[in-house]
Design a protein around this ligand. Sequence first.
Ligand code: 6PG
Length: 466
Amino acid sequence: MSDAKIAIYGLGTMGSALALNMAEKGVKIAVSNRSSDAVPTFLDEAGELAVQIDGFDTLEAMIDALPSPRTILFMIPSTGPMDDMMDHVIPLLSPGDTVIDAGNADFHATRARSARLSEHDLHFVGMGVSGGEEGARTGPSMMVSGTAHSWEQLQPVAEAIAAKFDGVPCVAHLGPDGAGHFVKMVHNGIEYADMQAISEVYGLMRYGAGEAPETIGARFACWNAGPLKSFLTEITAKILTSTDDHTGQPMIDVIVDSAGQKGTGRWTVIEALKLGQSASTIEAAVGARIWSSQRDRRAAGATLLDGPGLLDLPSDEDLEAALMAARILGHAQGFDVMQTASEDYDWALDMGQIARIWRAGCIIRSALLDDISEAYEGDMPERSLMLAPAMRARLADAVPALRRVVGAAVASGYPVPVLSAALAWHDSMRQARGSASMIQAQRDFFGHHGFARLDDAGQHHGSWTR
Ligand code: 6PG
């Protein structure tokens, strides 16, 4: 028998890192892996921490040895392999046991899996884990959903291993079924927008103004000491001052400019649209990654289309403020998506709590998230983050700079899709009367779709000149 509090199945990079984190925090754990060779290797690597770990050759042996109710965290691909695992594991478990999927799962799959396990009196927890390998090892941010019963089992372990912000663990039980994976998905969407905005500002300095990576890195390092302080700003500074061992070139200059993606950013955009929201900054970031991967077409375009002109590089202060404005607006769109999902799926997500658990451990951790968590404690017109007094004040300062940066980029022909999407959204949301009356008129003109009038209730049609 094992007296482990929790079991981990899947000793890849993230599973191993989480297991070592738990062992280090004094949590007794059981581990197993599809290929059993990985178990002794892992125990060897664990060194002194191995006393906290019971290793098992098979999942069956591990499940057999654990006391009920069992909590088993799976760190395996959240796609087909997780469904196959469910087929396999359901007969092995007893009522009251919990299965945790700690991967980046599609929240629809998490909902379906929760429903499936509940038919067997079993519990399914979707748990978003952010912070990469280092975060998993030393303190991730975790977004948990599932039943109160599962949370009762998991909470002490999760709080012990989570990143801490001012001593507060960056983990929370956010809601039922798919809530945790949905929030993690939106986290990643915001991550995409923030990374792309940073890349755009880098691109203006590097290719518009021909600055050296090291010079740009110094700017990012400086910005990281101010309001833009964040993990992504910090690593950008470090990236730009890194040198390639093989060539002695700046590391950034030897990397192919074609961005990969595993899908969570794209999912965010798709889900946002299904919810009737437009997360345009995130969409722009996903689109920019797609364009970046079309290298041959870009190479042809570079010779066949008129090239960019000379960039009049905006001031350092403007670039910094533009990034700040884009960061605020990107987050505001992400929070809008979560707010709408919460209402649609009846999750009762607490936006302030989400901001709080993103303040440390996760990839988008930043000084801004601390301000966002405070903003959710105060007045928030229309439940819109961009309208919260603290955000309004910051936008009032930063948006003129965003306008100048986008203006300069557009005037000389450098692409800034996220910065310009952020600005367009800001400008649209401050127009009490916009241009959509024309859309309505056109729809009625060609399709008799009807429109609402300002001076009368109900649906109306126009008297059009044909
Ligand atoms: C995190 C990250 C992580 C994600 C990577 C890569 O929160 O730790 O979001 O979950 O897998 O950032 O994602 P892409 O390959 O889609 O860029």
